[in-house]
Write a protein that binds this ligand. Structure first.
Ligand code: SAM
Length: 254
């Protein structure tokens, strides 16, 4: 039966074979690897991945699509909202230390998915996601650029990331209104040791008025935290590197 794309589930299905090949090549799946695909939909990526891997776990919220997927051999179908999936428990159930996670994500919840996976980064080998290009630009942005902000700092602290493929709207049915891209995310083996909620709070305060000098925003916050170290507050939030933010966060008690 024909499936009508559901907007509320962010359903933009990949239909361009060259792009599908490009994404699968970027992922480079090898037989037997433990992989989880978020939002398999009509199997545009699932099918070629399954052919190479032999077995694949998929997480799909749409009940009708999940029912179709269940009839496929080699697929372990988790019918759920991905934001409710405990990836650490999933890795344990599959009996593996680390998972490869991939997906053409529903764009309406892409940031919550990225932050949810941050909670489970210890069981992630790597991640390849199709996202809005503008979101990937922010993820990989360097200081002193317009795209550099909270998302850049929070993710660059924990992952090495690169934009590996540009994907135009006409590669999908229906076409989204925005350009897309594929990002590769590799967890750092030895990330700066810090409390994530401290970094989150710090970065939120710093970027709350990104055009202003940090003295009035972050400066006040650091005083409240009784911070007694040195930090140059005569700069704007976008001029501070990820390494400086993480070093500062590491000096502030939770
Ligand atoms: N992978 C397919 C492709 O590339 O053609 C479909 C991608 S489509 C952009 C997003 C997929 O995620 C859809 O299949 C949708 O039903 C599913 N989805 C949406 N919200 C979800 C959620 N919260 N948890 C799991 N899957 C979700």
């Amino acid at each position: 039966m024909k499936h009508i794309p559901r907007k509320r589930f962010g359903q933009n299905f990949l239909v361009d074979d060259a792009i599908i090949d490009g994404i699968v090549s970027a992922i480079a799946p090898r037989a037997g690897e433990p992989m989880v695909e978020i939002g398999p939909g009509l199997m545009a990526l699932t099918q070629p991945l399954l052919e190479r891997l032999g077995h694949l776990t998929v997480i799909e919220l749409d009940r009708d699509l999940a029912a179709r997927l269940r009839s496929r051999q080699g697929l372990n179908v988790v019918e759920s909202d991905v934001l409710k999936v405990d990836f650490t428990a999933l890795a344990a159930t599959l009996g593996v230390p680390r998972l490869r996670v991939v997906g053409n994500l529903p764009y309406n919840i892409s940031s919550p998915i990225l932050f949810h996976l941050l909670d489970h980064v210890d069981v992630v080998q790597d991640q390849h996601f199709m996202l809005q290009k503008e979101v990937i630009d922010r993820m990989v942005a360097q200081p002193a650029t317009a795209a550099y902000g909270r998302l850049s700092v929070m993710l660059q602290w924990r992952y090495a990331m690169e934009n590996v493929l540009f994907v135009p709207p006409e590669s999908f049915n229906p076409p989204p209104k925005v350009d897309s891209a594929v990002v590769r995310m590799l967890p750092h083996a030895e990330p700066a040791a810090l409390n994530r909620s401290v970094l989150e709070a710090l970065v939120q305060v710093a970027f709350s008025q990104r055009r202003k000098i940090l003295r009035n925003t972050l400066g006040r916050w650091l005083e409240e935290k009784s911070f007694s170290g040195t930090f140059d507050l005569q700069r704007r939030a976008e001029e501070v590197s990820v390494a400086e933010y993480t070093a500062l966060a590491a000096q502030i008690p939770a």
